[in-house]
Design a protein around this ligand. Sequence first.
Ligand code: C2O
Ligand code: CU
Length: 499
Amino acid sequence: MSLNGGLKIVLPILATVAIMAPLGWMWQTSRVPGTYSVMNMGYPDYGGGHVSDSSSGGEMQGHVHNHHSLPSRMITDLIVNPARPADVRVDLVTRQEMLTVGGRPMPGFTVNGVSPGPEIRARQGQLIEVQLRNESVSDGVTLHWHGIDVPNAMDGVAGVTQDAVPVGGEFTYRFVADQAGSFWYHSHQVSNPQVVGGLLGSLVVTPRSGIAQQVDVSAVAHTYGGLRTINGKAEDLRVPTQPGQRVRVRVTNTDNGPMKVWAGGSYRLLAVDGTEVHRPTEVSGRAVTLTAGARVELEVKVPGDGDAFRVQLTKTTAVIIGPQGADVAAPPQPNAELDLLAYGSPASLGFDPAQPSRRFDYRIDRRPGFVKGRPGMWWSINGHLYPNVPMYVVREGDVVLMHIENHSGEVHPMHLHGHHVVVLARNGVAATGSPWWVDSLNVLTNETYDVALVANNPGVWMDHCHNLKHAAQGMVAHLLYEGFDTPYRIAGPADNQPE
Ligand code: C2O
Ligand code: CU
């Protein structure tokens, strides 16, 4: 073989090695161990605050809790007083079965035989106890209480705060409904197919003082196999009322993408994500955006002349409020948006965000690489791909600022468990309206948000995208309180798959 001929063979091999070796390394580091603790995920980010004196770690080795001094407290201790009796007791049974939506049969999931499952209603301050039994969901199930800041052991995240409940298994959730508002529950085991397939329901906590409206109605918006529904029916929701009555309409978006809500007349936006808006004014000709997982409460007035009032949940479905048989033409979708950055009047936040203990970045981009051993264009958080993402470490009592930035080309509904965050600014423009507290935030591409929270609910909490497809693709990070640990494992014998 001539020298030239040899090079012809060797050079391509060298080139291949030069390309493949780093790729192989990237692939190797992207692989997720067969089973692991969320505590070992990624690298600790202390946000410029107190650093726990453990190894500062590397990717996938960054044990945040301390092995050398005090033992960590297990999050399983974070429960409500077991001696306190329940005020509201509910049995929920989950099944994997065929649904009929709009006359069409499709595979899905039910809670007590229906999807959405039964609405749980409680009064503020009551202790809710839910006994979950999984009858036939083969992958196992959990229940997460979206928007309710429950004690960590009740958060319902498989592999983080509990094991998935297998077929025939049971789990009891107990928490106090401290906050009045509209919330929902859904599985957090293999959540993308299970939530999309209907393993969800509404949870309403009415204020101690009651509500000022005569009629209180819930509208859970969900898309089953491409069919838009309200409360599981692919049709308008009719609410019989008397002329002149005031109605509270609770809208929950349980889909993976944002939805728009508007009305055929004026309305007031009473609450967002279970928090009252301070001094909400009358709005007309404006649509409200509900990000995936978000809720709004609208107050509308039934016309005095016997006509109906329409609240559109997208163009396809509506809540029609009025006397029996009354209807009204669908109002066109307004171009203008109700901007919550400047809606209502300012009020005290109860803490000072100008004196933060930590500042974090949650920067979302997209880049090529490997996630879970698969090549692709993946979502990155602060430049890192899952599972090498930041673990945001806080201490109880910290005032935490989070700067969220999205340059990924798509919208992301960002959801932090166990806390509500208040929006301080969007794209650098400071909020001027009512304190805008959310648990689910619509972050458009090229938008930035500055939000703040008080670390007042210890444990380990997911902070993820509620487009559950994106979450399954690795758009998941966690907020960890220093000194806490979990005995649960992702994967493992219970096959926990939170996304
Ligand atoms: Cu609606 Cu992580 O959840
Ligand atoms: Cu996303």
